[in-house]
Design a protein around this ligand. Structure first.
Ligand code: DP6
Length: 323
């Protein structure tokens, strides 16, 4: 039996497309910020008495279909460790209110940590990151805190995350605007597959990311939040252009997403430095220096309501313990 706590992460340079669907080898590198406010705690118990895996999230037992990805992941851990017993997986998602930001990143990172430890595997962080990757690509990066790079690699052994700056020593912060908290309609898995297969613009995406990765690493080294924000915002818009240009085209934006983007731009026009990024859903995350938190929060609260805003500092890497 073991428990792990992992925080979610938001990409500043996005992962959008796989080279290998099965092993989850991405087309490009990516880079993210781990967040303090959003995390998953998961306890895994391998038990000879069980006749199947049992998975619960926030105390609700999942049915066969909903737990399929988790059970496949447990099969992988059983294969690696030689364990034959089924497992009880008890997961708690800690997200403020009905945030709709609970991502597969913290979930699969925590599951990788708890399941591997409970099965008697003592993996180092690189191998944990490789294992988490098999559950969900973005989970690869949630093994580490702060600013993290996922090096795409070319196979299972070479595709893993590396910390860029685990303890963020400058004012980088993120605020999420929760414009919609219902479940997303097009999964990132399906959405990125469609983009790779049918967007005529996908062929330039790897070049864009290579450029953005180099630029954002320089900006991080210089602790330049404006440069980080500009790169992240442009990168996010270009990722979303891959969904609009797929066949059939689709988007994760809704009208409030556009409203939030406009609000961030308006703040910027008024001299407040902030930038936005969006993932496979309508919520908008704002990037800024913590010294501007008050003025940004105040302005966005008048438009969206304070209850829809969640401020998050950079968060820590995974913690695993034996109960
Ligand atoms: C837009 O990691 O959810 O958040 O690997 O298929 O599970 P799978 O996809 P997932 O995709 C995340 C996409 C993103 C960008 C990112 O986190 O880099």
């Amino acid at each position: 039996m073991a428990t792990a706590k992992a925080h979610t992460n938001i990409a500043l340079v996005k992962y959008w497309g796989k080279k290998d669907q099965d092993m989850i080898i991405p087309q490009t590198d990516s880079l993210s910020l781990t967040l303090d406010e959003f995390y998953t705690t998961t306890k895994v118990t391998f038990d000879d008495q069980l006749s199947s895996d049992q998975v619960s999230i926030n105390s609700n037992l999942l049915g066969d279909q909903a737990s399929q990805k988790v059970r496949n992941f447990l099969d992988l851990v059983r294969k690696m460790s030689g364990t034959t017993a089924f497992a009880r997986v008890e997961s708690q998602n800690h997200v403020p209110t009905a945030a709709g930001l609970a991502s597969s990143a913290s979930a699969f990172a925590a599951l990788a940590g708890a399941a591997s430890r409970a099965a008697g595997l003592n993996l180092d962080r690189r191998d944990l990151s490789r294992l988490a990757r098999r559950g969900s690509g973005s989970a690869t990066r949630s093994i580490y805190g702060g600013l993290v790079e996922w090096q795409r690699g070319h196979d299972d052994a070479t595709s893993y995350a590396k910390p860029i700056m685990e303890e963020v020593d400058f004012g980088l912060e993120m605020l999420a605007i929760m414009v919609d908290t219902t479940a997303k309609k097009i999964s990132s898995r399906f959405g990125m597959q469609q983009s790779v297969a049918s967007s005529p613009y996908y062929k330039v995406w790897p070049e864009i990311v290579a450029h953005d990765m180099a630029a954002i690493k320089e900006a991080i080294a210089a602790r330049n939040i404006d440069a980080i924000g500009e790169i992240a915002e442009t990168n996010a818009l270009r990722m979303h252009a891959l969904t609009l240009s797929a066949e059939p085209g689709f988007t994760y934006f809704d009208s409030d997403t556009l409203k939030a983007m406009r609000a961030v731009r308006a703040l910027r026009d008024n001299g407040i430095h902030c930038y936005f990024t969006m993932d496979a859903g309508p919520n908008v995350k704002v990037i800024y220096d913590r010294q501007d938190r008050q003025s940004i929060f105040k302005a966005l609260a008048t438009e969206f309501g304070a209850d829809r805003l969640v401020v998050s500092k950079p968060g820590p890497g995974i913690k695993i313990w034996n109960d």
